[in-house]
Write a protein that binds this ligand. Sequence first.
Ligand SMILES: Nc1ncnc2c1ncn2[C@@H]1O[C@H](COP(=O)(O)OP(=O)(O)OP(=O)(O)O)[C@@H](O)[C@H]1O
Ligand SMILES: [Mg+2]
Length: 272
Amino acid sequence: MAAVNIDFSQVTDRYIEDAGDAGIALQTDHVNVWYSGTQALKDVTIAIPKNRITAFIGPSGCGKTTLLKCFNRMNDIVSGFRLEGKITLHGEDLYNVSQSPINTRRRIGMVFQQPNPFPMTIYDNLRLPIVENMQGISNSRVRQIISEKLQAANLYEEVKDRLHKSALRLSGGQQQRLCIARSLVLEPEILLLDEPCSALDHISTFKIENLLTDLKKNYTIVIVTHNLQQATRIADHVAFFYQGKIEEQGPAQEVFLKPQSELTANYLHGAY
Ligand SMILES: Nc1ncnc2c1ncn2[C@@H]1O[C@H](COP(=O)(O)OP(=O)(O)OP(=O)(O)O)[C@@H](O)[C@H]1O
Ligand SMILES: [Mg+2]
């Protein structure tokens, strides 16, 4: 058993500091998911609070990415995928036949583990989703959105003199902030991030953490992280996944400082 040293002193009751409950953005109700014969999620019921950072933690293979992908319907194209139960966004059933997956993905953006800018200029990385989704938009409005979103992603100052250079020349941390900016151009309500810092150094990681803390004023954020220290720094709400189930969930302070489940306590102390 590898003991980990987590400094829990950074966990605060951010619910109280943020002055109140802003309501629920996403809700799952007894969700079960299968990939062909393998059940990946078992009876998952969770409420994702609005304008907060929710961290999904837990050992490898326990269903964290699966639930994230169910939120923006990225599993729809996986053969053998089957979902039972209900997922709602502000009360609307995401899997209702009248909901289009494309519309859902506009409302719920996703950022992946490896930064994945398109092999084109920084400017075009953001321009492309705008012009594809907003027909007839003027060039000046496109420029304005691009500059706003680069600023929102705390990247503008670093790239403003090379907007027309390849995005692939940016550092890994800059590329990840560009991907976050790109996910913001369509004004999503929710931002999903699957281990966004696992390929980044400490400084880039801190920049992303500060950015996410800024962004939660305007967006609801769900992040999967294997970095427990990161979860203690930024999460308001935590869900601990174990073998496809949510074993424990609640405000970060409660889950980290007073875990109710022995499995959670063992995970926090490095048992898996
Ligand atoms: N496309 C797929 N086809 C078949 N099985 C899958 C698929 N994606 C995930 N699984 C299985 O579903 C289970 C949950 O996987 P998932 O990727 O959600 O785990 P995770 O908690 O994100 O793990 P990690 O921390 O390693 O990223 C695993 O058993 C995995 O092998
Ligand atoms: Mg995963």
